[in-house]
Design a protein around this ligand. Structure first.
Ligand code: HAM
Length: 418
């Protein structure tokens, strides 16, 4: 395909059966969110740069190199949202007290200028949820439970959940100082190009994928050793509650997540079919500063592209609708009469299509199949004069002639998908 017809690298046109999968995933998500008392929030895709700069953290890969930044005509710096939490919290902060305990969800595109590969896109889509709540292990566990219900609904099995704690926001100073001290002792064992990255964010060393670095970081003390008793009690409670609600998990003491707003519980859900980009979802508890306000919350986001890769979606054929009515016109005059009839049928709530050019019956029937028609109606000059139509049921091959008004009356009475 020449570039003229291609979307940008790392971006995809979603079409045909693929769109049906997306619609099904989104619809099922909305239903589950509704049962948990979450309401939908649609924030703009474009935000002021500060919305992200002040929340995701200077040292995060997103801020350092992945944001699509542009300038508007007034010289203001804008960003195509790389994730949904910061925008949602910007909005929720504007609500004041009313936002307390609010649960919102969002579904939509996010943009990160990463090197594209399987499961890693530059425009990807997240289904995310945020719950404005002060630190509370029960809230963290509810958020994880919600994700499991979503995955269950979509039929995604064999997922693994790893959880960890980053300590409270008050522990951060202690953790940073303690880790930095420990890191400085072994700093010169890291490859040169990694050494100056240590100061950017000490915890991120645990995220380095380089095998040599991984070996060296295994000699570091655990983050938990720099935390307060309260934070450890908090995390133990989360573990206890997850066991109580029958969610299998693994404590990964090196899980740090790539965004700076997190504190206390963090988690990642992976699927073994996904290769190197195996995270289906990530989330955690956070504190985000918006202007003078600090908002505490807990939430997560699932990547739709990765969900689809992880689910085999064998039910694809069930997604193709076979409940349409297709009208075949024999002769030019029938076209306009059938346009009127098709609109009548649509107004009764049925899917109806027809050919708008004077084509052979064979060609019109081919289109009926493409349309996913269950019933074909045929009308030519004679049927117009007699006010009749021929109905052909494509499922059982039955063909019958009807009086037009009777047929419409019956259709209206059926009140169900044909
Ligand atoms: P995140 O881990 O950066 O977290 O992204 C969440 C999910 O989005 C990932 O697990 C993955 O499935 C998907 N994802 C991320 N980047 C890409 C990409 N380039 N291509 C395809 N899929 C991708 C967040 O975004 C946080 N806002 C989650 C959160 C909400 N934490 C608290 N509330």
């Amino acid at each position: 395909m020449t570039n003229d017809f291609k979307p940008l690298q790392g971006m995809t046109d979603i079409t045909g059966v693929e769109v049906l999968k997306w619609q099904q995933i989104e619809e099922q998500a909305r239903n589950i969110f509704d049962t948990f008392g979450y309401s939908e929030l649609r924030t703009p895709i474009l935000e002021r740069s500060e919305v992200f700069l002040h929340s995701l953290g200077d040292g995060s890969d997103i801020i350092k190199k992945e944001m699509y930044v542009l300038e508007d005509r007034g010289g203001r710096s804008l960003v195509l949202r790389p994730e949904g939490t910061a925008g949602a919290i910007r909005y929720l902060a504007s609500m004041g007290e009313e936002a307390n305990n609010l649960r919102v969800y969002y579904i939509g595109p996010m943009f990160r200028c990463e090197r594209p590969q399987a499961g890693r896109k530059r425009q990807f889509h997240q289904i995310g949820a945020e719950f404005v709540s002060n630190p509370n292990p029960y809230a963290d566990v509810e958020s994880i439970m919600l994700q499991f219900e979503l995955l269950k609904k979509w039929g995604i099995k064999d997922v693994k959940i790893k959880i960890n704690t980053l300590g409270s926001k008050y522990d951060k100073k202690n953790i940073n100082e303690g880790m930095l001290k420990a890191l400085n002792k072994i700093k010169n064992r890291f490859p040169k190009n990694y050494q100056n990255r240590i100061d950017e964010n000490v915890l991120r060393v645990f995220d380095w994928k380089d095998e040599e670095c991984k070996k060296i970081t295994s000699d570091l003390p655990l983050i938990t050793s720099f935390m307060s008793e309260d934070s450890l009690t908090y995390f133990n409670k989360v573990n206890e509650l997850l066991t109580e609600v029958d969610i299998e998990f693994e404590h990964d003491p090196k899980l740090v997540r790539g965004l700076d707003y997190y504190n206390h519980t963090v988690w990642e859900i992976t699927h073994n079919s996904l290769g190197s980009q195996d995270a289906i979802a990530g989330g955690g508890r956070y504190t985000i500063q918006v202007g003078k306000k600090q908002i505490n919350g807990v939430g997560f986001a699932l990547g739709i592209e990765r969900l689809i890769l992880a689910s085999d979606f064998k039910r694809e054929e069930n997604l193709i609708k076979k409940n349409g009515i297709w009208i075949v016109s024999l002769g030019e005059k029938a076209i306009i009469e059938n346009m009127k009839l098709s609109n009548k049928i649509r107004s009764l709530g049925y899917r109806c299509g027809m050919e708008l050019e004077n084509k052979s019956i064979k060609s019109q029937l081919r289109k009926a199949d493409k349309f996913g028609a269950k019933i074909v109606l045929i009308r030519g000059d004679q049927e117009l004069i007699d006010n009749k139509l021929i109905e052909k049921n494509l499922e059982n091959g039955l063909q019958q002639e009807f009086d037009l008004d009777d047929w419409i009356r019956i259709l209206g009475e059926k009140n169900a998908s044909i």
